[in-house]
Design a binder for this molecule. Structure first.
Ligand SMILES: O=P(O)(O)OC[C@H]1O[C@](O)(COP(=O)(O)O)[C@@H](O)[C@@H]1O
Ligand SMILES: [Mg+2]
Ligand SMILES: [Mg+2]
Length: 334
């Protein structure tokens, strides 16, 4: 097996990288490689639509609500269509869980070996104001026999069972960052060539950081440990940085060191973020990069999902910072 940690030459495309590293996949048969290519391709299409959003009237709300009672943006719907089309036509997937669909999408008669959970467009309230948004995905192996109907055990798997996870960030550049459990690598999209190039090899998150990212608007309803931890961050004169797009906040903290928190609030007693298609993927990536992800105390990847759109409090980022936040939870009883 070729060691993916050897510095690869400038100009390594995603496709070439996937080929070179196929042996890193625990179940290396080529299908997972193809699935990653399918996602990358849909990402290019969404990126193109995103860049034109202000011009061709696809920014803005569509007038419908998704399953979570959130107003859908036109691009939420468009991105969902693009990714689902790519995944169903690609043939590697038997079921899809999407933020935008109430029920699991059972890809009829699929021989696909994988289940994908996806947030097609994350941070969609930022589209109208031209601020970075993203896509988040998790990949699991199918448990039920091929040809049989999809079972709960296929799509309600713990985060520890992910075989791949990643995100696309549509920012000042578009990037694809993913892991298959052998480190984290980031690729920057070059639109005129239509290629992703390896730009961030073997990404690691600094063990410590000086950035904390949280929407403090609901401060009064935060638990005592969270309030005390935030006081601590201010005493340490950390910088508060909050974009309101989870992917963008997460990516900045990955590169610079920091913690992102979405805790329980009065409005969202279990936090706002969704375990299956937001938290698990980022938890897998951050751990692969040397960081941590918890619900304040427990490891996110160990949470056993009980429903598709389940929410969970989320503390993710630099190892020492997430551990420090946990100390406040253990010290103080709610
Ligand atoms: O406005 P709030 O409550 O701070 O929520 C922001 C969070 O909600 C989200 O927008 C949820 O994602 P969606 O856009 O996919 O619904 C996260 O990206 C973000 O971190
Ligand atoms: Mg989201
Ligand atoms: Mg979304």
């Amino acid at each position: 097996m070729e060691d993916s940690r050897i510095a690869l030459p400038i100009g390594t495309t995603l496709d070439r990288f996937i080929k070179r590293n196929q042996d890193d996949f625990q179940y290396a048969t080529g299908e997972l490689s193809q699935l990653l290519r399918d996602i990358a391709l849909a990402g290019k299409v969404v990126n193109r639509e995103m860049n034109k959003a202000g011009l061709i009237n696809i920014a803005g709300a569509i007038g419908t609500m998704n399953v979570q009672g959130e107003e859908q943006q036109k691009l939420d719907v468009l991105a969902n269509i693009r990714f689902i089309r790519a995944l169903t036509k690609g043939g590697e997937v038997c079921a899809i869980i999407s933020e935008e669909d109430e029920k699991v999408i059972d890809v009829d008669h699929s021989k696909g070996k994988y289940v994908v959970a996806i947030d097609p467009l994350d941070g969609s309230s930022n589209i109208d104001v031209n601020v970075s948004v993203g896509t988040i995905f998790s990949v699991y192996r199918r448990i039920s026999p091929i040809g049989s109907p999809i079972q709960k055990e296929d799509y309600l798997q713990k985060g520890t069972e992910q075989v791949a996870a990643g995100y696309l960030l549509y920012g000042s550049s578009t990037m694809l960052v993913y892991t298959t459990g052998a480190g984290v690598n980031g690729f920057t999209y070059e639109p005129s060539l239509g290629e992703y190039f390896l730009s961030h090899q073997n990404m690691t998150i600094p063990k410590d950081g000086k950035i904390y990212s949280i929407n403090e608007g609901s401060l009064f309803s935060f638990s005592e440990p969270v309030k005390r931890y935030l006081e601590y961050c201010r005493e340490e004169t950390y910088s508060g940085r909050y974009i309101g797009s989870l992917v963008a906040d997460f990516h900045r903290n990955m590169l610079k060191g920091g913690i992102y928190i979405y805790p329980s609030t009065a409005k969202n007693p279990n936090g706002k973020l969704r375990l299956l298609y937001e938290c698990n993927a980022l938890a897998f990536i951050v751990e692969q990069a040397g960081g941590k992800a918890t619900d304040g105390i427990n490891r996110i990847l160990d949470v056993k999902p009980t429903s598709l759109h389940q929410r969970v409090p989320f503390f993710v980022g630099s190892k020492n910072m997430v551990e420090k936040a946990k100390v406040f939870h253990e010290m103080i009883h709610n």
